[in-house]
Write a protein that binds this ligand. Structure first.
Ligand code: SAH
Ligand code: SF4
Length: 352
């Protein structure tokens, strides 16, 4: 099988073709002009185009299904070359705004949520992706194409700044090599030019991989799926906690390099009568002491026969207020696209 040209960084492509400066032009065709065939690459000499056709594959992922929610988010189910499927979500964050005289103040803002694996090995008790087990890692090109296709389908100009979150299916740090390649390809100024500062890696807390990612010093943002403040409960919810406990995660985070203006995000999935009490909030405050943190409280999104409950809004608010009163930045996230089965793995569940 030919390899996908989207799996290469510009430097790797430059090493494989001659003359290497053509890599920059090819990147422009792939990511800026978004061509569908090598034939369309007008300033590339014929002989090189023939080589490209022989060596590389350009075929895109197939869209298997799209669902659009009342809140404007759209969920894409992609079919991969081997028939497996993964999902990605386009989340409109801010509408375009205009000055009184009609000139544009800012363009609409989007976040795209992407998958890094088909299924997941981590096996969290609250997560639908976990139920299907692990199938395989996504290659860098399969990660890249989710964004390329969603931008194209929604006529979002290729050079328009977009935020990316690795919060779809899979554990990105369990597929770190392909994810890091994707981060670099996304960031290339001749490509989509999505700076690492706009890319957030969400992890269930693989401390050793957090350390490894930190040492690469890419400038990416980090989100930790904490969800519980004591090891007992966390082990029950997330079996990975037996290998990497809360302390090991906090230690890894303290050494993670972040931009002065940014914060480490802690995601806290709130489940009714389980982790929504103020005792937990108090423990969370002490755990995050000394970290430039931001907490995101997430409503548990129930699915058919799910063993957990959605928390009461008043408990969410009390929890949030407690954190805020103790100096933490804290937002509440309503899972977007609730009416189109928003939590990870749920669109796929309905199709299969
Ligand atoms: N594996 C990574 C990234 C993908 S999961 C991680 O766990 O961080 C992205 C987020 O979706 C995680 O914070 C996860 O806890 C959350 N999630 C999983 N199931 C959910 C559900 N049923 N309702 C709401 N959020 C859920
Ligand atoms: Fe995997 Fe994240 Fe789901 Fe846990 S929450 S099973 S780590 S995708």
């Amino acid at each position: 099988m030919k390899k996908s040209i989207y799996s290469l960084t510009k430097e790797e492509l430059g090493d494989e073709i001659k003359p290497s400066f053509r890599a920059k032009q090819i990147f422009g065709w792939l990511y800026d002009k978004n061509v569908e065939s090598f034939e369309e690459m007008k300033n590339i000499p014929k002989a090189l185009k023939i080589q490209l056709v022989e060596k590389y594959d350009l075929s895109p992922l197939q869209i298997a299904k799209v669902e659009t929610s009342r809140d404007g988010s759209s969920k894409y189910l992609f079919r991969l070359f081997d028939g497996l499927t993964v999902e990605a979500v386009l989340l409109p964050m801010k509408k375009a705004e205009y000055h009184e005289d009609g000139t544009l103040l800012h363009h609409p803002k989007y976040t795209i949520c992407i998958s890094s694996q088909v299924g997941c090995k981590i096996g969290c008790a609250f997560c639908l992706t976990a139920k299907e087990g692990f199938k395989r890692d996504l290659t860098a090109d399969e990660i890249i194409q989710q964004v390329l296709i969603i931008k194209k389908e929604n006529s979002i100009p290729t050079n328009r700044k977009t935020n990316l979150v690795y919060m779809g299916m899979g554990e990105p740090l369990d597929n770190i090599n392909n994810v890091v390649n994707a981060i670099k390809i996304f960031a290339d100024p001749d490509g989509l030019a999505i700076s690492p500062r706009r890319q957030t890696i969400s992890t269930s807390g693989l401390s050793n991989q957090i350390k490894k990612l930190g040492e690469m010093n890419l400038g990416v943002l980090l989100a930790i799926s904490l969800h519980a403040v004591d090891d007992n409960l966390r082990e029950k919810l997330m079996p990975i906690n037996k290998a990497y406990n809360i302390k090991s995660i906090i230690d890894a985070v303290k050494n993670f390099p972040i931009d002065q203006r940014k914060r480490i995000m802690f995601e806290y999935l709130v489940m009714g009568n389980l982790n929504d009490d103020l005792k937990s909030a108090k423990k969370l405050v002490s755990l995050l002491h000394g970290i430039k943190a931001k907490v995101n409280l997430i409503y548990f999104n129930p699915y058919l026969n799910s063993p957990f409950q959605r928390p009461k809004p008043e408990n969410m608010q009390k929890f949030q207020r407690y954190l805020q009163n103790h100096g933490l930045i804290c937002t509440i996230r309503e899972s977007k696209g609730l009416d189109i089965s928003a939590a990870c793995g749920q669109l796929r569940e309905k199709t299969n």
